[in-house]
Design a binder for this molecule. Structure first.
Ligand code: SF4
Length: 197
């Protein structure tokens, strides 16, 4: 599908092939480009990229919000591995935030109001809003800051309008490989693998 858009200052963005919702095989097709720490010193989630211009770059509310801030829409990649949100597809709808029974997500800008690319290796306390309508504006993104609290109910997956959310408990393997804690023999045995974050 060929889509075109105009970015800030009417700069023409030409991309011949729009990437559809989050790539279900992103841990195999992409690389770790960041490690977003939780300030508890124990937990973190990885950021996968390089990312691409996608649904957010096509969304009028998102484009308007970026223009108001004077920020450019740039590829951001996906935050999280077992609970992953493709920030290039996320249009700040907030349905996932509302659906999650254990507040895995927060609006990242309500804690740190900085460009999204600057969050890839940031440390966050998890003190941001978990309320759907409390997004800072439509440049905000749903951040799985408490990925480790997921109970695998899958509620967030089906409600996301651009299908930007992928939840897969088995992706723990990729999280652990990126962490350097993956144990091959344990993963093949009957015992569950250690749940390292
Ligand atoms: S699968 Fe359920 S618990 Fe996990 S992030 Fe989604 S809504 Fe929250």
């Amino acid at each position: 599908m060929v889509l075109r858009a105009y970015g800030l200052n009417n700069m023409y963005l030409d991309y011949s092939q729009i990437s559809m919702p989050i790539d279900p095989d992103f841990p195999r097709n992409q690389q770790v480009i960041g490690k977003h720490m939780h300030s508890d010193g124990e937990h973190y989630h990885f950021v996968w990229g390089p990312g691409k211009l996608a649904e957010a770059a096509e969304n009028e509310e998102v484009k308007s919000a970026y223009a108001t801030r004077g920020e450019e829409i740039t590829p951001l990649g996906s935050h999280g591995t077992m609970v992953a949100v493709d920030w290039d597809s996320c249009v700040a709808d907030g349905a996932c935030i509302e659906a999650c029974p254990v507040q895995v997500f927060q609006w990242y800008r309500t804690e740190q109001d900085v460009p999204a690319k600057d969050v890839a290796n940031a440390t966050s306390a998890g003190t941001g809003s978990t309320v759907k309508e409390e997004r800072k504006d439509y440049t905000d993104k749903a951040d799985p800051i408490r990925e480790h609290d997921c109970i695998w109910c899958m509620a967030c997956v089906s409600v996301c309008p651009p299908q930007a959310v992928k939840v897969d408990q088995s992706n723990l393997e990729f999280h652990e490989k990126a962490s350097g804690t993956f144990n091959e023999s344990l993963s093949k045995g009957s015992a569950p693998p250690p749940h390292a974050h």
